[in-house]
Design a protein around this ligand. Structure first.
Ligand code: PMP
Length: 298
């Protein structure tokens, strides 16, 4: 496996960044996680837009124009050759001195890794996951806008540790006012009386690419959707609940803070949306190769 590092492809075990890179020293950088489904790089333009928007907010100059970075991603995915992949694109501030000053980091670095990922064992997709609300709050939007997808995940990692300490795999994170924000690396949805709800970005949610895709599918199915401010009451009384993210995809949630959600089984709208997503993720994006059902190049 080869990794793209600043314009060159190197064997994974030889891929290196400087210990003075501010991505490493301070979490100063941005990233994207992107999936490839049957040779289709799902919503690549949207991922690129979010990456460049995040970098713009950090006054971080991505050393390639968008079309050249897109070509580099396509080449990395093509070299990896698998029909289904998970791609990590990282742009770090680059090497500087031991101080914080980003102006002393003259050359940002671009790293692209194309691999595979499985965040949860498959039975959680059929049986559903349990969540707990944790004490760690999402960094307030007015302090750090959650739409910036930066390398700094400590807030989310603290929440993840809390969930694990409580014996479950994922956490519901509230914002500083107690409204629902998201999970530690996934967006949160719930269904009530046939309507689909998700916390707004103003409430502390990342504008997830999967989230946007699910909202598009719901709208195409004629399911009313709403983004807004919600509390745990809304989760506890929901008919269905699920999380979305590039790595996790769509994971049904059946228990939250000891309350059973709906029937305690993944719900019917969740199943329809997962079905719609199966189609969307193979047709919306940049198709770089086609594969036969057994995974060979067509
Ligand atoms: N929230 C956070 C904090 C994330 O890091 C992610 C990405 N893993 C998501 C939500 C989901 O976003 P996406 O669907 O774009 O992967």
């Amino acid at each position: 496996m080869q990794v793209y590092v600043d314009g060159a492809f190197v064997p994974a075990e030889e891929a290196r960044i400087s210990v003075f890179d501010h991505g490493f020293l301070y979490g100063d950088g941005v990233f994207e996680g992107i999936r490839v489904y049957d040779g289709n790089i799902f919503r690549l333009p949207q991922h690129l837009q979010r990456l460049y928007d995040s970098a713009q907010c950090l006054l971080l100059r991505i050393p390639l124009p968008q079309d050249e970075l897109r070509d580099a991603i396509v080449e990395t995915v093509t070299r990896r050759g698998l029909p289904n992949q998970y791609v990590r694109v990282v742009v770090s501030r680059g090497a500087g001195d031991l101080g914080l000053n980003p102006r002393l980091c003259p050359q940002p670095s671009i790293i692209i890794i194309a691999d595979t990922i499985a965040l949860y064992p498959s039975h959680f997709y059929t049986e559903g996951l349990e969540l707990v609300t944790v004490a760690t709050r999402r960094t307030p939007t007015w302090a750090l806008d959650p739409r910036i997808k930066s390398l700094n995940y400590l807030n989310n990692i603290l929440a993840k540790i809390e969930a694990q300490q409580a014996g479950v795999l994922e956490a519901v994170m509230l914002n500083s006012e107690g409204y629902l924000a998201e999970c530690t690396a996934d967006n949160l949805f719930f269904v009530r009386h046939g309507q689909l709800y998700t916390p707004s970005t103003a409430a502390g949610a990342l504008q997830g690419i999967t989230r946007d895709g699910v909202l598009d599918i719901a709208q195409a199915l004629g399911v009313p959707t709403a983004e807004g401010l919600f509390t745990r009451y809304d989760l506890y009384t929901a008919d269905e609940c699920f999380m979305t993210g590039t790595g996790a995809e769509i994971v049904p949630v059946v228990r939250i803070d000891g309350r059973t959600i709906g029937t305690g089984q993944p719900g019917p709208l969740t199943a329809r949306l997962r079905q719609g997503f199966e189609h969307l993720c193979r047709h919306d994006g940049v198709q770089i190769a086609t594969y036969t059902p057994d995974g060979a190049l067509a």
